[in-house]
Design a protein around this ligand. Sequence first.
Ligand code: F0G
Length: 364
Amino acid sequence: LAEDQSGVWRFRNLLPIVQDKNITTLREGNTPLYDLPRCAKALGLHWLLAKHQGMNPTGSFKDTGMTAALSVAVERGFEWVACASTGNTSAAMAAYAARAGLRSIVFIPEGKIAWGKLSQSMDYGALTVQLKTDFDGCVRLVNELVKAHPIYLLNSVNPYRLEGQKTPAFEMVEQMDWQVPEHVIVPGGNLANSAALAKGFAEMKLLGLIPRVPKISIIQAQGANPLYLSMQANGGRELIPVVAETRASAIRIGHPASFGKAVRALATHGGWCEEVSEQEIALAKAQIGAEGVGCEPASAVTLAGLKKLVAQGKVGPEERVVLILTGHTLKDSDYTIHYHKGDLLTAEEKAAISPADAELNSLL
Ligand code: F0G
């Protein structure tokens, strides 16, 4: 059965119940857990792992959530689904909707998403609407749309998305021979993924499958850092929205929908929220590429954030750290080409590269 080959549906006892005939799958999940030996060495860690969610069918972690939520849309008899997106959710939604024979409509901020992602939603046949606004503006519009029409909303406020996105936590522990890592590091944008993984670990503990949960840390780009700002200013009691700007376009989000859930994930699992600069993201991405693994810019914030946590003494050399790489390197090849051509970063950003990073860079 197709669903038995899915890394999400093989956990279906722990997922929302849909009838098997409604399961819409592209054989997502079952993603590799790579080691990053050179990054580990550079950081003075004994080992460092990366769960590569970019190795999913449409090239991002969104597929694990989309298979669950789209199957629910089918079960409920919807003919249309919709989302606002910085590119990966829309690619995943378009693919799964096409698979199920549903129509999809995506709202994306014009000129602010990577071309590869835009091309995916067109290829999979979504009605693709570029709007002269940012991601947060697209969210407001899609909310209006689904209020007025019988269209199923597939943004990550949809709870079934999180059910699918919790399964990499199960896989990770399975791949580590049922050892629990000390620390999992996740990029933070709309802030659903961190909450989903936290739920996955919490459920495993509740079921007695693991004795404890890992710390979960969330890393944001400095120019799109509402969680970081809020944690600093008020311990996460109140969201401080920002006008977001970063080249890591997947996480260019100023008003995250799952803010409260992410704050709870930090509280229940321990861990920290950090912010990283544009040059730190670019260098971390190149380092992950140089391991033969690669990822998109938003995923590289995890390694950049880990460097900060190590420097602050929050991660020790013995700890088993897993970075969640959320998207494939081919998602945003423009970024990579400009970086290696040398014209991605401004002179100011280049001047702000730390001596340690500069030395690493010369070794790449
Ligand atoms: N990494 C990538 C590659 C993403 O596409 C996203 C979010 C994130 C990290 C952040 O995850 O939102 O759960 O905190 N992308 C969404 C989209 C917003 O529309 O594709 P989050």
